[in-house]
Design a protein around this ligand. Sequence first.
Ligand code: ADP
Length: 162
Amino acid sequence: MSKIAVFPGSFDPFTIGHESIVRRALPMFDQIIIMIGYNSEKRSFFPLEKRVEWIKKVFSDTTKVTVETHEGLTVDFCNKVNAKHILRGLRTAADFEYERAIAQVNKKMVDDLETVFLLTMPEHTPVTSTIVRDILRHKGDVTMFLPSNITTEELIDHVEKS
Ligand code: ADP
C-alpha cells in the first residue's frame, strides 16, 4: 500500500518554509498531497487558482507531490484520498499548542490517521504567510521568503483587490 501524506494549509502564499517541510518529508512518503483548504465565505489574499499554480511550479521537478483544493474537514479529504498521514510544520511553542489540539481531535475522529510534525529549519522560523502578505501590501520585496522559482512580481500582480 502506498504511503500518502496530506500537507494541509491555506498557503496564502506558499513560502520557503512550506517548501522546506515538503522536501524534507519526501523520503518518508510515496506521495505528498498539498491540500489547499479554503472557505468559500472567506476572502483570501491570493486567488485559489494562483496558489495552485505556484505550488505546482515549485514542485515541477517531482511527480511525488501533487496539489489539490478542499473545502471542509481535513480528515474527510484524507479519507477521500486514502491518506493515513497528515504532515505539519512546527515553528514555535505557540504552533505546538495549536497543532497539538488539532492533531488530537483529528485522531479522535479517524483512529488510523497519524499527524507527523517536522521542526522548521532555524532560518525559516520567522517566515509566515501573514508577514509575507504584510510586506506585499506595501510593495516590499519578499523574494527571500519564497521558493526559488517564485518571484515577488508574480505575487504582487495577483493580490486580490478588496
Ligand atoms: P494554516 O492556514 O493551517 O495555518 P499555513 O498555510 O499557514 O496553514 O501553514 C501550513 C503548515 O505549514 C502548518 O503546519 C504550518 O505550521 C507550516 N508552516 C508554515 N510556515 C512554516 C515555516 N516557516 N516553517 C515550517 N513550517 C511552516
